[in-house]
Ligand binder design. Structure first.
Ligand code: IPM
Ligand code: MG
Length: 370
């Protein structure tokens, strides 16, 4: 029997609360006996800073390099507002992404039928929505140098962030977009700002050239990133796969998340390149939502995004697509039965906390498994 090694990094805020529910779901699949899971837990973010003075330790990064998948919770919170910039909680996540070269960030935005009313858009605009934002995750404005605040001779201070992309970085993410689109409707929108940014111009040229070379069967459309943001709320179902750089992807994925009713619903996968020998990709799975310090510790957070992230790990790292489908079905079924955490609460539904939502999903899983 295959054993999959998982590194759990619950992090800060609601991270540990939602991860506790993920552990119950891991135990469920462990007991079913198709594969076993070996889990280890480590600190990240503010929790790591409090104990070790850094947002992630070298040992944890080394461990992360060796496991089949990392399950990440969330990091950050007001408690660490005054911490030096290089040690802020988010730095732990960014280092993991960069050191493991997790360049491809898959952020599906799926509107469960039961939640169409919870969206801030009209039901007909979002019902059945199933789009995938593919965000480049290791380049662009997040990591470009120089990145600094300098004091000028006239006493003013100047902050600089730098957006940098090479052809290789653009090609590899565009290739992932085409591969993913082939398993979906075959349509890719590439979003950039070629009208203002030279990185956008290069992005457009490289994606176009790769499409001519490797994009057989793919319908490629270029869209300016600002227009993409607008079209996402005007007519989101026109999209299937949207590929974009790191910064635009950060924003467009939050926007897309909200279309589905709650950012508490959405999972994500961050993947590296396949290993030339084994074909395996390094991978980190995390909910798109943040640490939600305002509700942390109350047991009210929505664990669905974290559980769905484990589902993505089953699909992309454990070769267990059937089990991944089971999780998706169990989530949809639980919502259809009326269970709601407060972020997605609607009239006449059953309001539950984090643990009860976990229990409801496990019950549903048991039914789906029959
Ligand atoms: C995300 C988050 C992160 C990002 C933060 C926590 C650094 O917003 O994953 O979208 O900006 O990438
Ligand atoms: Mg974000």
């Amino acid at each position: 029997m295959t054993t999959h090694s998982l590194l759990l990094l619950p992090g800060d805020g609601i991270g540990p609360e939602v991860m506790a529910q993920v552990e119950r779901v891991i135990a469920f699949f462990g007991k079913r006996g198709k594969a076993s899971f070996k889990t280890e837990t480590a600190l990240v973010g503010g929790a790591a800073y409090d104990k070790h003075g850094v947002a992630v330790t070298d040992e944890t990064v080394a461990k992360a390099q060796t496991v089949d998948a990392i399950l990440f919770g969330s990091v950050g919170g007001p408690k660490w507002d005054k911490v030096a910039y290089e040690h802020r909680p988010e730095a732990g996540l960014l280092r993991l992404r960069k050191d493991l070269d997790l360049f491809a960030n898959l952020r599906p935005a799926i509107c469960y039928p039961a939640l169409a009313e919870a969206s801030s858009l009209k039901r007909e605009l979002v019902e059945g929505l199933d789009i995938l934002i593919l965000r480049e995750l290791t380049g662009g404005t997040y990591f470009g140098e120089p990145k600094e605040i300098v004091t000028l001779e006239n006493g003013q201070r100047r902050g600089v962030d730098t957006t940098v992309y090479t052809t290789g970085e653009i090609e590899r993410i565009a290739r992932v977009a085409f591969d993913l689109a082939r398993k979906r409707s075959g349509k890719v929108h590439s979003a950039e700002k070629r009208n203002v940014m030279v990185t956008g111009l290069l992005w457009n040229q490289v994606v176009t050239a790769l499409h001519a070379k490797e994009g057989q069967g793919i319908k490629l459309e270029h869209i300016l990133a600002d227009a993409c943001a607008m079209q996402l709320v005007r007519n989101p179902k026109q999209f299937d796969v949207i590929v974009c750089d790191n910064l635009f992807g950060d924003m467009l994925s939050d926007e897309a998340a909200m279309l589905t009713g709650s950012i508490g619903m959405l999972p994500s996968a961050s993947l590296g390149a396949p290993d030339p020998k084994t074909g395996k990709r390094k991978a980190l799975y995390e909910p798109v939502h943040g640490s939600a310090p305002d509700i942390a510790g109350q047991g009210s957070a929505n664990p669905i995004a974290a559980i769905a992230s484990y589902g993505m790990a089953l699909r992309y790292s454990c070769d267990m697509p059937h089990e991944a489908d089971m999780i998706d079905k169990a989530i949809a079924g639980t919502l259809a039965r009326g269970f709601r955490t407060s972020d997605i609460m609607q009239p006449n539904m059953r309001k539950v906390g984090t643990a009860d939502m976990g229990t409801a999903i496990l019950e549903e899983l048991a039914t789906v498994a029959k």
